[in-house]
Design a protein around this ligand. Structure first.
Ligand code: NDP
Ligand code: 2IT
Length: 447
């Protein structure tokens, strides 16, 4: 390993070893940069690695709110403003009981390179709270969101920091957050993305991450003269990203046989079709139910409590779209043994480092989330552009731009990897291509 990389990695591990997801993502990114740093001394001379692993600013705040019984509740809110070298901080908000500073630092760190890859002018950030929207009424979620924004508003702005959704934050939450922001600031700013289409949101933003992931998978397959049509696909998760990854894969002729949530997975050997997907969207987005209800409606499918999809059936292509570290080494071994030839991450860091290495060394096409799930934030960037010119583009126009961006990201990652002799290594390529632009901007902007 390059001695500069080793030194910064050791130092980061020593100081932040307790933030294990953050260390995992720093290890992956810095580990990929060895050949670049061997050939370029300017990054070490400017202490870029030491600087890029520390957020520019972290905001932590209390979020008190009143539940339906009239009792006082309190959660912890965060915004990690990681890097603004190439644009305002940009990245989602996650509401989930597991949220802590380490998880948001990992997500914010990934976001720096992802946003760079989109080619749009966006820095990296992430935020959220350890609030669990599950089982809460709409009014309780509103009360929480309003309290969260009563602190967050002073730290964000259309040219400062533009949050969006992530796990547990969808159109409902963005609406409550934006309503409160607008009331406090008295300005219809483009300060959040993922807004509703009749109040400033972009067409195709809900679909963008899932569709973009499948567009990316198709580009990877093309390099081996393969087509997604007729292939069997496993998807994990059943939220925003999973739903639209499944939809696009189906539209392109694949057979999607799985979905999951944090309680278990369903396998439908006949494949999920448009009618079944409409049932899932109503179940998850309107009734906010559990994926196991799928088998009550479609009894030929099977529900597996507390299991992830990967070992439950055979597939050609796996799209992990739920959460971090949901595909481990044992899962990867079963996928390879069952003939899986492509894993394209829809979630952020769903594959463990050991599983990634195993897949790559077994010639599986593997794309890291920072490349293949960048369609979501890219379309957020397009939402900001539309807001800035006070116009809205058609679905077709946004989808074409999204598709073009995913093709570009694929090519940028592949070309950067090829430059260092490993064209199929999308992890190395995405990290080098994403890093180079941000690091060069940091040098230009001075210390
Ligand atoms: P949603 O909240 O819409 O859905 C999340 C899904 O993942 C749900 O099915 C949820 O199940 C499941 N899940 C969440 N936590 C866990 C867990 N600990 N174990 C197992 N399953 C879990 O979120 P999104 O679809 O928006 O996000 C999914 C992934 O995609 C995340 O990694 C996110 O960071 C990433 N992402 C999202 C983007 C976006 O635009 N929304 C953009 C780029 C990446 P349950 O209902 O049981 O919690
Ligand atoms: O992880 C991600 O890229 C997101 N959750 C989307 C961020 C955004 O600003 O749209």
């Amino acid at each position: 390993m390059n001695s500069y990389v080793q030194r910064v990695l050791d130092d980061t591990k020593q100081k932040y070893g307790h933030e294990k997801e953050f260390i995992q993502s720093v290890s992956e990114v810095l580990g990929s940069l060895n050949p670049l740093l061997d050939s370029e001394s300017k990054y070490e001379q400017n202490c870029i690695l030491e600087r890029i692993v520390i957020p520019e600013r972290v905001i932590i705040f209390q979020v008190p709110w009143i539940d339906a019984k009239g009792d006082i509740q309190v959660n912890v809110g965060y915004r990690v403003q990681f890097n603004s070298a190439i644009g305002p901080y940009k990245g989602g908000l996650r509401f989930h009981p597991s949220v802590n500073l380490g998880i948001l630092k990992f997500l914010g760190f990934e976001q720096i390179f992802k946003n760079s890859l989109t080619t749009l002018p966006m820095g990296g950030g992430k935020g959220g709270a350890n609030f669990d929207p599950k089982g809460k009424s709409d009014r309780e979620v509103m009360s929480f969101c309003q309290s969260f924004m009563r602190e967050l508003f002073r730290h964000i702005g259309p040219s400062t920091d533009v949050p969006a959704g992530d796990i547990g934050v969808g159109g409902r939450e963005i609406g409550y957050l934006f309503g409160q922001y607008k009331k406090i600031v008295n300005s219809y700013d483009s300060v959040l993305t993922g807004k509703g289409t009749n109040w400033g949101g972009s067409q195709v933003r809900p679909q963008a991450t899932g569709y973009g992931c499948v567009y990316f998978a198709c580009e990877m397959l093309k390099t081996r003269k393969l087509d997604i049509a007729g292939k069997t696909v496993m998807v994990s998760g059943s939220g925003n990203v999973a739903q639209y990854a499944a939809e696009k894969a189906m539209q392109l002729g694949a057979k999607v046989i799985s979905l999951s949530d944090s309680n278990g997975s369903i396998i439908d050997p006949h494949g999920i079709d448009a009618e079944k997907l409409a049932f899932i969207m109503e179940l998850k987005n309107v009734r906010r139910g559990r994926i196991k209800e799928y088998v009550e409606k479609y009894p030929t499918a099977t529900y597996y409590e507390n299991q992830r999809p990967w070992r439950l059936a055979k597939c050609h292509i796996a799209l992990p779209c739920a959460t971090q570290n949901e595909l481990d080494l044992d899962d990867a071994k079963v996928l390879v043994a069952n003939g899986c030839f492509a894993v394209c991450e829809g979630a952020n860091m769903p594959t463990t480092l050991e599983a990634t290495q195993f897949l790559q060394s077994n010639d599986v096409l593997f794309s890291p989330g920072k490349a293949s799930n960048a369609g979501g934030v890219a379309t957020s960037g397009l939402e900001m552009s539309q807001n800035a010119i006070r116009l809205g583009w058609s679905s077709q126009e946004v989808d074409e731009r999204l598709h073009g961006i995913m093709v570009n990201i694929h090519n940028a990652a592949r070309n950067a990897a090829a430059e260092f002799g490993k064209p199929d290594d999308y992890v190395m390529g995405a990290n080098i291509a994403g890093f180079r632009k941000v690091a060069d901007a940091m040098i230009d902007l001075g210390i």
